[in-house]
Write a protein that binds this ligand. Structure first.
Ligand code: NAD
Length: 294
């Protein structure tokens, strides 16, 4: 299909991305954008997170380039970091990847929406919060859209795009063109709690943890069965470690609150892990041990 340039469609050289949140996803999305030559302003309220993100981004960029998951012939974009959104006004797109707590996201979106130029897409990477709920906090709800990048975004080419009831045509066109520039394939879905991927995956991981909690099988055996018998690529519990168990619990809570589905109530084993700080790969331990990798 021929791509027709659109007024909300800046040429590659003029794209500037602002990413809010320098956690697991903010870092991965930044790597994806830098690796495609786009400059990124990465914002986090936590200076230590930004320090860790800078070295993490450098490592992940190098690894992704070696693995061939980023283009080899593109000059890496320039990275800037900040602890406030003061400089987001220049961005041609903002990607929000902060903690999965609706109030935090609402506040951040209200703030950036007052700073950016009209017509700038405000892209939320939320796992579960309905896009229209978030759009209600922006100055121009038509500019808010969901793009659910998966972890790590530079390895997973398919992106779930969520169109809220108020998301405008220009915003859909701009996000489509950005994803094309990032060599991602979009699948557009209707707005709903957890959309498609989290609505299906997160309760399944919750059940996998519940099976371990009930003593039916070990962590390793649950993953071995789901991989070996059902073709799950990494096993649900290793996937939980990759997502971050704290983020998974936040997402399950959003799903439970919005759907009333008891299968979405985070099980005790997940809650215990969060309480013990065993958050998965990012903390060095979750269902598995990653101390040697960190
Ligand atoms: P994370 O906990 O690793 O990082 C969140 C970051 O947001 C932290 O560094 C925190 O300091 C920062 N933050 C909090 N409030 C902020 C604010 N007002 N401004 C700027 N930064 C702020 O979380 P994550 O796993 O990267 O998830 C981020 C978002 O992406 C969540 O909405 C999550 O549901 C979604 N998501 C996560 C995954 C995954 O696999 N982890 C996959 C898809 C989508």
């Amino acid at each position: 299909m021929t791509h027709v340039p659109h007024k909300a469609d800046p040429p590659r050289t003029e794209r500037r991305i602002a990413v809010l949140g320098a956690g697991v996803m903010g870092v991965g999305i930044t790597v994806l954008a830098l690796g495609h030559g786009l400059p990124v302003l990465l914002v986090d309220v936590d200076e230590q997170r930004l320090d860790r993100a800078r070295s993490g981004i450098e490592q992940e960029l190098r690894m992704a380039q070696i693995m061939g998951s980023l283009p080899a012939d593109v000059t890496t974009g320039r990275l800037e970091t900040a602890t406030t959104t003061d400089a987001v006004g220049d961005a041609t797109a903002v990607v929000e990847a902060i903690t999965e707590i609706a109030e935090l996201k609402a506040k951040a979106l209200a703030e950036v929406s007052a700073r950016v130029r009209p017509g700038t897409p405000l892209i939320s990477n939320t796992s579960s919060i309905p896009i229209d709920e978030l759009a209600g906090h922006a100055e121009r709800p038509a500019e808010v859209v969901g793009t659910h990048f998966m972890n790590p975004p530079y390895l997973i080419r398919t992106v779930e795009v969520i169109r809220g009831v108020r998301t405008g045509e220009d915003t859909m066109a701009a996000v489509g063109s950005l994803l094309t520039a990032l060599d991602r394939r979009q699948v557009v879905v209707r707005d709903a709690p957890g959309f498609v991927t989290s609505r299906v995956l997160h309760p399944m991981i919750n059940d996998a943890a519940r099976v371990v909690q009930e003593g039916t099988a070990s962590v390793e055996d649950v993953d071995a069965l789901m991989e070996g018998c059902l073709g799950h690529p990494t096993g649900p519990l290793r996937t939980a470690d990759l997502i971050g168990i704290d983020n998974l619990v936040d997402s399950l809570r959003v799903l439970h609150q919005h759907t009333g589905d008891d299968g979405c109530r985070p099980c005790d084993l997940l809650l215990d892990k969060v309480e013990r700080g065993e958050l998965g790969r990012k903390s060095g331990r979750g269902f598995y041990d990653y101390q040697e990798e960190n």
